[in-house]
Design a protein around this ligand. Structure first.
Ligand SMILES: [Zn+2]
Length: 278
């Protein structure tokens, strides 16, 4: 009989799923970043501010019970972060993710760091949806969206919950609209596109570390964010970026006007694959 408890504990440890957090990073939502010139991936100050926030988040996730944190260098061509300075216990994903955003790896949770709000968001510092020069508006099932909605929906498609976001106030509000229980670290507030009130770097890191730690308790409690299927994705490009001659021949594409194309698919993954296929 007395062997049963240790056996049970051993089995529980063996079958307990390893908790891995996938941390998606960007630049425009980092504390202390408020001007376009600061978002250059080679900018030394950006690299320090961003890396400092990431490493604070990694510390927080680990303190909250994560076994592993995988960080994606998501800003502008994945050329901002370095394994020389990333948290020693984190892993770094360098390069583009593809349409599924690596969600088929079934992370335990997805989190955002340095996240900005969608295009046209009021009070959003450098707000944009994937491309400030290329895209005017992006709509998912008719709703204007940016990276926050699309990533949460892709994670949700694979059954993964979204648990944490750090960024400006507008980005935090945007995530709370779809995931009301997510933990947030608001590191700055936008007064206008290029005007902000920011926390100091040490204060931002403390806030992020705390929020990330608390967010680990949401795994298993917060529901993955799922969007309706079939799914439509509409992209209105900027005036400098009109549709090409072959736009109509793209699979399941409908031309709305000279700037706008609409894709239909059975779910978020298919519609995103169709949009990204060139
Ligand atoms: Zn972005």
């Amino acid at each position: 009989m007395r062997f049963l408890l240790p056996l049970f504990l051993l089995a529980a440890t063996l079958f307990a799923q390893k908790k891995t957090v996938f941390l998606i990073t960007d630049a425009e939502g980092v504390g202390g970043v408020c001007r376009q010139d600061q978002t250059d991936p080679k900018d030394n100050e950006l690299r320090q501010l961003l890396t400092g926030e990431i490493n604070a988040a990694v510390d927080g996730f680990l303190a909250g019970g994560a076994d592993e944190v995988v960080v994606w260098d998501g800003h502008d061509g994945s050329q901002t972060l370095s394994t020389l300075t990333i948290h020693p216990k984190a892993k770094l994903v360098m390069g583009g993710l593809g349409a599924s955003m690596l969600m088929e790896r079934k992370w335990s949770a997805v989190a955002y760091l340095g996240q900005h709000a969608k295009a046209n968001a009021k009070g959003g510092i450098m707000a944009h949806s994937y491309s400030s020069l290329g895209i005017q508006v992006m709509k998912l099932n008719g709703k204007p969206v940016g990276e926050i909605d699309v990533i949460a929906a892709m994670a949700g498609h694979f059954g993964i919950p979204t648990i944490f976001l750090s960024g400006d106030k507008a980005a935090a509000d945007e995530l709370h609209e779809i995931v009301p229980d997510a933990e947030l670290a608001v590191v700055k507030e936008g007064l206008a596109r290029y005007v902000c009130i920011s926390l100091s770097a040490p204060a931002a890191r403390d806030l992020i570390r705390d929020g990330a730690r608390r967010s680990m308790a949401l795994i298993g409690k917060v529901k993955p964010h799922r969007v309706q299927s079939p799914t439509t994705l509409e992209i209105e490009f900027t005036t400098r970026n009109t549709l090409g001659l072959d736009a109509e021949s793209r699979p399941s594409a409908e031309i709305v006007d000279s700037q706008t194309i609409r894709f239909k698919g059975k779910d978020i993954l298919e519609v995103w694959q169709r949009y990204r296929a060139r």
